[in-house]
Design a protein around this ligand. Structure first.
Ligand code: WTA
Length: 649
């Protein structure tokens, strides 16, 4: 057995869970023994949720890339580490084995150093899904620079904001990327972003498409030219403290601009590897394909770090599921003999819409495990996935987690614990969920054990509440970059001594959790997190807009769609392209993923006497639940509700 910490049976899971609760330090200390350290820890865990302050493996020294690369050279040097599938299936793919990947990372570390990057510097990465994206990420980690990957769909303004917030001095990008039939002009977007911030001294550009791009002398250099200059590499990896920052990843919250979630080296490494091996029940030699872009946390943890740390072969796909046709994912699975496939419910729902024709010539025999992530999966999509992709013989792991948790928190373990359609099911070892009411009290009937923990395998009353976590796991968020107070307020202040997830959940009598969705003002559109406040700010930047309110509504494919109520200075009719203008503004300020699906111009918004917008009412109208608006008598102008109802799109 190559992973001594791999769970073997349901009973084994129950005992491991209990051990992780009774003796967390012993439990994680034992898991950590199976990793490569430059120096072992003095103390496994020190924590309080008040500040918050969480330190895992204090005193240890390591480099995560020695775990992801060097340690595999002895026995897996020739095994593919990354299989890259291009957007255009007629173009050649690329396969980098562990030796290649190690060599490329060592070389790019020298490129970064030659370009002035030092340990602790923040590096903004804005790249398409090519192996060089993984190389850039791992090279930062290897030399101790902090990567801040920005998803290739974000706008120039969003990039500039993130560069400013993290005070990056260098950007790594590409001339462009492909997404289906479209070329994405990444370098041009960076050029525009750099007109809005003056922090960047160097831009390293990977030539991917071969397009002509503007290269500013003294600032912009080609990746390939820089790499050619390297004649020898220092293969030593920087010695990092366990709690040194590994990366920053921006994510949306209910207020203000996206915040930079900070993760640190040791705990992140241990938890992503542990969960990868256990949730998917990875077996050495498996081909693993996660469809998430590295611009999101799923791509960080389960396209790059987790699988590579476990010595797996990870498939990186540049394109989209519907190009050149809706059978593309299934082609890739057959082409490489993929054993474990991990995607988002929104992709499944959109592919369901094409029926089973694209599946006719697909074998899908290699598949053993299926997974979903990012949003609740509806029962219908779950069954379609099970029947048509898994052919009824592959467990589906429904994995609930967040950017802030960095790794999977609640999920069935493939073939070990039972899946249940639309349920993320049971907590991973080390994770203690708690459902609380508005006041932060554990919901009645929670039937916890003597230790206050509802242990998997126990029976209890079905209950609902706000989902909190009571105890730190190794990859819990450490801070929000540059603003620790914001981290405290967002996650640790709603309920004292608890980490609050922002999600609501239901727990059935068997202890299975079903995530019911966000209880704050965060939307989940096609598995992407978007704050309503962020979208409102963008809309309000359109010159003619006085005020706006954004809510989510159920959308067949995206899960949630974006519904915007907008007050214009010039009245509430769409006179000359205001809708288009508002939509373009959102595209410009945030990116296409945040464009409203519906824009309704209104003359006013329902407000309380203290001036607060009654979002509950707006949400209900957007959802079409017009007869059930609750008490509207406290509004300053109840009449506006009738107008909004009448104009509903
Ligand atoms: C939602 C993505 C239901 C949830 C890894 C969470 C889910 C937010 C699931 C985090 C799931 C994620 N079932 N809902 N299996 N997985 N979510 O930070 O609302 O992009 O809070 O991390 O997605 O989104 P994020």
């Amino acid at each position: 057995m190559s992973f001594p910490y791999q769970i073997q049976s349901f009973d084994h899971y129950l005992t491991e869970y209990k051990k992780s609760i009774d003796h967390p330090e012993k439990f994680w200390g034992e898991v950590a023994e199976h990793f490569v350290w430059k120096k072992k820890w003095d103390k496994v865990l020190e924590w309080n949720f008040k500040e918050p302050r969480v330190r895992w493996f204090e005193g240890a020294k390591l480099n995560i890339t020695e775990n992801c690369l060097d340690r595999h050279l002895a026995d897996k040097a020739d095994q593919p580490a990354i299989i890259w599938e291009p957007n255009d299936p007629t173009l050649p793919n690329r396969i980098l084995n562990y030796r290649d990947l190690h060599g490329e990372v060592c070389r790019f570390v020298e490129v970064l150093k030659n370009n002035g990057v030092k340990k602790g510097d923040r590096v903004c990465i804005y790249m398409p899904m090519v192996p060089e994206l993984a190389i850039a990420v791992l090279s930062c980690a290897r030399m101790g620079a902090i990567h801040s990957v920005v998803f290739g769909g974000f706008s120039a303004q969003s990039i500039a904001d993130r560069i400013e917030d993290a005070q990056c001095r260098i950007v790594i990008t590409a001339d462009g990327g492909n997404r289906g039939p479209k070329d994405i002009p990444l370098k041009a977007t960076i050029d525009e972003a750099l007109t809005k911030t003056s922090r960047i001294q160097k831009v390293i550009v990977f030539k991917h498409l071969g397009n002509t791009v503007n290269m500013q002398a003294g600032r912009d250099v080609w990746w390939q030219d820089e790499a050619k200059k390297i004649t020898s590499t220092d293969s030593r990896a920087e010695s990092m403290d366990a709690e040194d920052i590994l990366f920053i990843l921006y994510t949306s919250g209910s207020t203000g601009k996206p915040k930079g979630v900070v993760h640190t080296c040791a705990g992140y490494m241990i938890y992503t590897t542990y969960t990868f091996v256990n949730v998917f029940q990875y077996k050495p030699g498996d081909i693993y394909f996660c469809t998430a872009d590295v611009g999101w946390i799923t791509g960080h943890s389960y396209t790059i770090y987790g699988p590579l740390s476990a010595g797996a072969t990870t498939v990186m796909f540049e394109g989209i599921p519907t190009y050149p046709d809706a059978g593309r994912f299934w082609n890739i699975i057959d082409k490489y003999g993929v054993n474990i496939f991990y995607t988002a419910p929104t992709a499944i729902r959109s592919l369901m819409g094409f029926g089973t024709d694209p599946l006719k010539d697909k074998k899908l025999e290699s598949l053993r495990v299926l997974g979903t992530v990012g949003e609740p999966i509806n029962v219908e999509a779950w069954h379609w996935y099970d029947e048509h992709i898994g052919r009824g013989r592959c467990p589906i792991v429904d994995t609930w987690w967040q950017t802030e948790t960095a790794g999977i928190m609640i999920s069935n373990l493939a073939g070990i614990s039972q899946g249940k359609p639309s349920y993320a099911t049971l907590p991973l070892p080390g994770v203690i969920p708690l459902l609380v009411d508005e006041k932060g009290l554990p919901v009645a009937g929670s039937d916890a054990g003597k230790d206050g923990v509802f242990h998997p395998g126990a029976k209890g009353e079905p209950v609902s509440g706000n989902l909190c976590i009571r105890f730190p796991w190794p990859s819990i968020i450490r801070t929000t970059y540059g603003d620790h107070e914001r981290c405290r307020l967002n996650y640790f202040a709603t309920y004292p001594d608890l980490y609050f997830t922002g999600d609501g959940a239901f727990r059935d009598a068997e202890g299975n959790y079903r995530i019911t969705g966000r209880v704050d003002d965060v939307l989940n559109v096609s598995g992407h997190r978007i704050g309503t406040a962020e979208v409102e700010n963008a809309i309000n930047m359109y010159p003619d807009v006085v005020e706006s309110a954004v809510v989510g509504y159920p959308h067949d494919i995206k899960g949630q769609g974006i519904y915007a109520y907008v007050i214009l200075q010039s009245g509430h009719a769409n006179q000359g392209g205001e809708k288009e203008g508002v939509s373009k503004m959102v595209n410009k300020v945030i990116g296409a993923i945040a464009k409203p699906d519906k824009i309704q111009f209104v003359s006013g918004l329902p407000k309380t006497r203290s001036g607060k917008i009654m979002r509950r009412i707006l949400r209900k109208i957007a959802e079409g639940e017009m007869d059930n608006l609750g008490d509207i008598s406290t509004l300053t102008d109840p009449g506006v509700v009738e107008e909004i109802k009448a104009g509903r799109l």
